[in-house]
Design a protein around this ligand. Structure first.
Ligand code: ADP
Ligand code: MG
Length: 204
């Protein structure tokens, strides 16, 4: 079974579409694992709280990238590789491309450094398919920020930040066209959902 990752700015619809897919494929009898990064393990959730939590304390770009990679190393070893060995369909909310966009592009570390930090963490586990839910920065910003009091540290950086993130994702999709499936997620949910289902079904 394939290892499928979902990427896109906050508000793109990753969590929504993963849940819809998980329900669909579970109903068809597929063994499905839904997981996320940072997270997916106890250590991963602790790193998530450290990096995305409300505590105010400086974290350098390199420290942030290394914390994310540490969480990924644990996730790959403890969850992803064992579940792939069991033959499960893995739907993962964010993975390497989030590190490349957020720490590599937005925080300016560069793709090469972020890849080199993450290669030992991933231990060869690149996604079979990465669904990029491609939204305009304005739509993403509106969906994720408006009406929410709890915008986390990364989300609260504003619209200019969303522009960098959305452009960063598009450049990654151009760099790895065979791995990425880019879906226009500005459209209504059911329309996007149909395209996501088709993309995932096509590699099963
Ligand atoms: N295509 C869409 N059209 C309208 N609203 C959407 C669409 N996709 C997602 N949403 C809404 O936007 C919000 C953010 O979606 P979510 O799945 O949490 O995004 P992400 O996990 O990528 O941050 C949710 O309220 C969701 O219902
Ligand atoms: Mg989400």
């Amino acid at each position: 079974m394939p290892f499928i990752t979902f990427e896109g700015a906050d508000g793109a619809g990753k969590t929504t579409h993963i849940q819809l897919l998980a329900d669909h494929f579970a109903q068809q009898g597929y063994p499905v694992l839904v997981t996320r990064e940072p997270g997916g393990t106890q250590l991963g959730n602790e790193v998530r709280a450290l990096v995305l939590g409300k505590a105010v304390r400086p974290i350098s770009p390199l420290a942030e990238a290394m914390l994310m990679a540490a969480a990924r190393a644990q996730h790959v070893d403890e969850v992803l590789k064992p579940c792939l060995a069991e033959g499960r369909l893995i739907l993962c909310d964010r993975y390497i491309d989030s590190s490349l966009v957020y720490q590599g592009v937005a925080l300016g570390l560069g793709l090469d450094l972020v890849i080199s930090i993450n290669e030992p963490a991933m231990a060869g586990l690149w996604p079979d398919l990465t669904i990029l839910l491609d939204v305009s920065p304005e739509v993403a910003y509106e969906r994720s920020i408006l009406g929410r009091q709890d915008a986390d540290r990364i989300e609260s950086r504003g619209l200019a930040y969303y522009r960098q993130v959305c452009a960063g994702y598009q450049s990654l999709a151009a760099k790895w066209p065979e791995r990425f499936c880019v879906i226009d997620a500005n459209r209504p949910l059911v329309v996007v959902q149909a395209d996501v289902l088709q993309a995932v079904s096509s590699i099963l």
